[in-house]
Design a binder for this molecule. Structure first.
Ligand code: ADP
Length: 483
């Protein structure tokens, strides 16, 4: 598992800092101990010389008194004869201990000076001892001078204990600081990420804010924006191509449709009629797809222009049903149409008739296409509060719950099997949504898999004065029912 960069930065920072502090601490402690030891060794050597001179001249007499004047109070010294016998001793630490081991004493007898660490006294405390030979009355003797090293060891121990307690606290504070810094440094990246996440195909005009200055982050933002420019340009060119192509295809399709209608009016063999009717159906389907593509391209370019006028919804519903009646009859479908309207309301909206027809053609067309032979398609026109709309119900296969949210997405189709069977493009419902939203309305679907679907469109109802004007004209036709 990869940890977030913020955590990685903090962990690395902490690891490097810990290593640096550990090395620095070790270096300082070792250096401090070595320097102190060198100082004590120097002192011991400087003390040894006058003592050796005094002893060589005066012997054991006054040994204690001049030892007391030359040595520090907690120091000690001892003299041994050539056989290793202790001749004299001064200092409390030397009372119960011998400063030199036989080996060191033998080396001194052989004429070599040595500085060694020894443990003296009842407490076995650390001392540095300078040991060297003295020639007195023709005999080689050994003088050992010891100076306390324990205070240095105690100081080192105190420093180590101090480091042991303060370093973790300092590291915790450094980790918190590192975490905060990493967060601060990565905040602009997070801002860019969330902005980039929101830029979709429908918001390609938006850009990422470029942080001030000319650092890596501002370069990243500029590069991303340049990429968005190129994407936007590419998408715009594609949309224009689709819009132009669909626009060019509309006229020949309309001409073909008209010519087919004329041809079907004349006498012809039944097989030829069947073929021509099937061709007319395909031309209708192609026209719907081309219209859908053109509408989508216009919506994407922000050019979905609406020529709105007061519209009695039920009239448009009836017209759509009429247009699809042959296809429904061919499948043996029963088509019902009725209205549920409050008294005195004709269900009027201010909308673009052509777009509403397109929307209805898609919804009713789908119901007819997806309902198996022998089923029923019913279209209800309704008005509730500030909305007037319609619901197209069918007894088709329904839509699985996991697909309900996506059926209005472009090119979404429920499954491959149905795709092959019905040959749709997956654009119809996306177009319905674009048209409804452009009118300030909405679309939704309710469905039980296996129990049919109900697609609804709601549009803002027209102003009361507009509604009253149209009510009179439709009084005779519309069956008003109280709700
Ligand atoms: P298509 O051209 O495929 O019909 P639409 O956008 O109109 O494209 O529909 C998207 C998908 O939603 C369809 O492919 C189909 O799977 C499903 N669908 C639409 N209407 C119905 C319906 N009345 N009954 C069952 N499924 C439907």
């Amino acid at each position: 598992m990869r940890l977030p960069i913020r955590v990685q930065l903090t962990v690395w920072y902490l690891a490097v800092l810990t290593a640096i502090i550990a090395m620095l601490g070790a270096f300082i402690v070792v250096r401090f101990r070595a320097d102190m030891r060198a100082g004590i060794d120097r002192d011991a050597r400087h003390t040894w010389r006058p003592l050796a001179r005094q002893y060589a001249a005066g012997g054991l007499q006054d040994f204690a008194s001049y030892s007391g004047t030359v040595l520090p109070r907690d120091g000690a010294d001892q003299v041994f004869d050539s056989g290793g016998r202790l001749l004299a001793s001064w200092g409390e630490a030397a009372t119960h201990s011998v400063i030199v081991t036989p080996e060191v004493r033998a080396e001194a007898i052989a004429g070599r000076m040595r500085v060694v660490t020894v443990a003296l006294g009842a407490e076995r405390e650390q001392y540095r001892a300078f040991v060297g030979p003295i020639d007195r009355l023709g005999e080689r003797q050994v003088l050992a001078v010891a100076e306390p090293f324990q205070p240095v060891e105690d100081s080192v121990e105190r420093v180590l204990t101090l480091l042991l307690f303060t370093v973790p606290v300092a590291l915790t504070a450094a980790a918190a600081g590192g975490w905060w810094l990493a967060r601060k440094a990565l905040r602009p990246v997070e801002r860019m990420r969330s902005k980039a996440e929101h830029i979709g195909i429908d918001r390609l005009g938006e850009r990422i804010a470029v942080p001030r200055g000319s650092d890596e982050l501002s370069h990243l933002a500029t590069t991303l924006n340049a990429m968005l420019n190129r994407l936007e340009q590419g998408v715009t060119e594609k949309q224009r191509l689709v819009a132009d192509a669909s626009h060019e295809l509309r006229t020949p399709l309309a001409v073909m449709r008209a010519e087919l209608d004329v041809s079907l009016l004349g006498d012809m063999a039944p097989t030829a009629r069947t073929v021509l009717e099937s061709v007319r159906e395909e031309v209708d389907r192609m026209s719907r797809t081309v219209n859908n593509l053109l509408t989508l391209a216009q919506a994407d370019e922000g050019q979905l222009q609406l020529l709105t006028a007061p519209l009695v919804l039920r009239d448009r519903v009836r017209a759509a049903i009429r247009a699809l009646a042959p296809a429904a009859a061919a499948k043996g479908l029963e088509v019902e149409e009725f209205a549920v309207l409050p008294a005195g309301e004709p269900g009027v909206v201010e909308a673009d008739a052509q777009r509403v027809d397109q929307l209805l053609a898609n919804l009713v067309g789908n119901a007819v296409a997806y309902t198996p032979p022998g089923g029923t398609v019913s279209v209800v026109t309704w008005q509730r509060g500030e909305e007037a709309g319609l619901t197209v119900c069918d007894t088709g296969p329904g839509i699985p719950p996991d697909a309900l949210d996506r059926v209005f997405d472009r090119f979404f189709r429920v499954d491959g099997a149905r795709r092959r069977a019905s040959g749709g493009s997956g654009l119809g419902l996306a177009i319905c949504r674009e048209i409804a939203v452009a009118h300030g309305g909405r679309v939704w679907v309710e469905s039980d898999p296996g129990g049919g679907s109900a697609f609804s469109v709601a549009l803002p109802v027209a102003a009361p004065t507009v509604r009253a004007g149209l009510l009179k004209a439709h009084d005779d036709e519309v069956t008003l029912r109280e709700i």
